[in-house]
Design a protein around this ligand. Structure first.
Ligand SMILES: Cc1cc2nc3c(=O)[nH]c(=O)nc-3n(C[C@H](O)[C@H](O)[C@H](O)COP(=O)(O)OP(=O)(O)OC[C@H]3O[C@@H](n4cnc5c(N)ncnc54)[C@H](O)[C@@H]3O)c2cc1C
Length: 493
């Protein structure tokens, strides 16, 4: 008899969805292995904004997760727009340049609503409207971006805390400071357990099935330089320090098939004042995503991207990388008083640099070529628009015309002092490269056959994301494939 029915490696959203799903499916003995100690548990999930992108045809369907939304936010169910499966599909295709794995993204989209409802009902995760992330206040109503409408209450901290509560309530054993170090196999190549490194050293633990849910390699500087190349080795890490690629290493070593974009990653513009590894006290507050309402310049005094290409949730995951590539991996985001009220509340975690003229502002910034910076800002102003048709709630087409790159929406002149500047660098969130899994979350080997007894979910699944990512999809992917992996592992014989 194996020691456990199912061992789940990791303790983030995907892992705890898997563990609870295995329990629900009938697995009697489920073990969760968490490499971190109890104070640092929960992976990137703990740091996340808790935003959940799901498909629904009628906003009233959201009542299942946020029954009070209409009372808390007047007009909520009238103002939210439907986000059909084909809308979600179109977004995923567009931002991944048609590279998303068709089979996996269909599973993700088709199960998104039901799984998040399950996480709410069975997983015990309270949810709320994500008004500060995807809503823009217009008068006393809110204009919502499509799809990413709800989030876990108290964001990632709430999501993680409530998953742990449910896991404990379901009497699922959790071992902290116990990282999986190797996979055990039988003569047929099937996985029969794990070798762990815990407080008492190495130990072999057997199980009927193993679910790998221990994140990507975003916190591992060597792997970052190997797969993502410079300058990713010195990127600041936005989440946990524990996702070092352990699960990928173990699985590849027994012949798992690498899948997806191994040079791809999710990164975001974050404050350059943040430490190299994220701070658990401030979790997701490092983001600097309101650049569509301003301009960004680098240390050489140049703009380097179309700040207004799209709303932040569709460009932030690639612009972190753009900023990291700039000299010194630094950019300055500059706003004036016409748009300052549109900055996300997270900007309040930094003190902006302020001045009454653009020249004085540039003088105060860490910029090597200050005359060029002033020239860039004036050239931008000469090409920018007045605010008559400015509309922050949609792509308004207010574009510069003769700049390279142009700013193609929300290109208002910077002419209302005081001007303010916030620093930004690129912070890495998670890596896109992973393992190939099938519709049952079974890990596929390099012989294109499932590796018996091995399942995988969360960031470790490869193929869904390439180049870019629609905000709020990572947690939903973790929950969808976690639920499937747990069910499949519990049923595995
Ligand atoms: C700052 C930030 C904000 C984000 N905001 C959002 C958001 O709003 N919406 C969204 O959808 N996504 C968001 N994301 C992305 C999202 O958090 C991740 O995609 C998701 O949490 C990944 O879940 P996971 O379970 O795969 O991995 P994780 O939550 O990272 O969990 C991995 C677990 O594995 C453990 N582990 C690692 N190695 C081992 C080992 N050898 N043995 C045992 N355990 C191990 C870790 O300690 C951890 O518990 C955000 C991420 C960050 C960092």
């Amino acid at each position: 008899m194996p020691d456990y029915d199912v061992i789940v490696v990791g303790a983030g959203n995907a892992a705890l969805a898997a563990a609870n799903s295995a329990h629900e499916t009938g697995a009697k003995k489920v073990l969760v292995l968490e490499k971190a100690n109890k104070n640092e548990r929960g992976g990137n999930t703990f740091f996340s904004g808790g935003l959940l992108r799901i498909a629904f045809d009628d906003p009233r369907e959201l009542e299942a997760m946020v029954p009070m939304a209409g009372d808390v936010i007047p007009g909520f169910f009238e103002d939210v727009l439907p986000y059909s499966k084909s809308d979600m599909w179109a977004d995923l295709l567009r931002v991944t340049h048609n590279k998303t794995d068709r089979e996996l993204s269909t599973i993700l989209i088709d199960n998104s609503f039901e799984t998040i409802k399950w996480a709410h009902e069975y997983g015990g995760i309270p949810m709320e409207p994500a008004s500060t992330l995807s809503g823009i206040k217009v008068g006393n109503r809110i204009k919502w971006q499509k799809g990413a409408i709800i989030r876990a209450e108290h964001e990632g901290i709430g999501l993680s805390t409530n998953w742990f509560k449910t896991t404990e309530k379901n009497s699922i054993e959790i071992r902290y400071e116990t990282g999986a170090d190797d996979l055990l196999r039988n003569k047929d190549g099937g996985v029969t357990g794990v070798v762990v490194k815990g407080p008492d050293g190495l130990e072999e633990i057997s199980s009927n099935a193993v679910v790998l849910a221990c994140g990507g390699f975003e916190a591992n500087a060597q792997w970052r330089s190997q797969y993502l190349a410079a300058p990713w080795d010195h990127a600041k890490v936005r989440g946990t320090a524990h996702n070092q690629g352990d699960g990928l290493r173990m699985a590849l070593a027994i012949g798992a098939l690498p899948w997806g974009q191994w040079s791809g990653k999710h990164s975001t513009p974050i404050s350059n004042e943040w430490p190299d590894f994220a701070d658990r006290g401030r979790t997701d507050k490092s983001n600097r995503l309101s650049y569509p309402y301003g301009v960004m310049i680098n240390r050489n005094g140049y703009r380097f991207c179309d700040e207004g290409e799209d709303v932040g949730l569709y460009t932030y995951a690639k612009y972190g990388g753009e900023i990291l590539k700039q000299p010194g991996s630094l950019a300055w985001q500059i706003f004036d008083q016409k748009t300052i009220h549109l900055l996300e509340p997270r900007y309040s975690t930094s003190e902006p640099i302020k001045a009454d003229t653009l020249e004085e502002l540039v003088e105060l910034l860490e910029i090597d070529d200050k005359p060029q910076a002033v020239k860039t800002l004036h050239e931008y102003n000469e090409n920018a628009c007045d605010d008559e048709h400015f509309d922050p709630t949609k792509k308004d087409g207010l574009s510069t015309t003769r700049l390279s790159p142009n700013k193609t929406n929300w290109a208002l002149r910077l002419d209302s002092p005081p001007f303010v500047a916030y620093s930004a660098t690129g912070g890495i969130t998670f890596t896109f490269g992973g393992l190939k899994v099938d519709e049952d979350a079974r890990v596929i080997g390099t012989d294109w056959r499932p590796i018996p007894g091995l399942f995988c979910c969360g960031e470790m699944v490869g193929g869904l994301f390439h180049f870019n990512y629609p905000g709020g999809t990572g947690l939903v992917s973790g929950a969808v494939f976690g639920r499937i992996a747990g069910r499949s592992a519990a049923q595995y014989r």
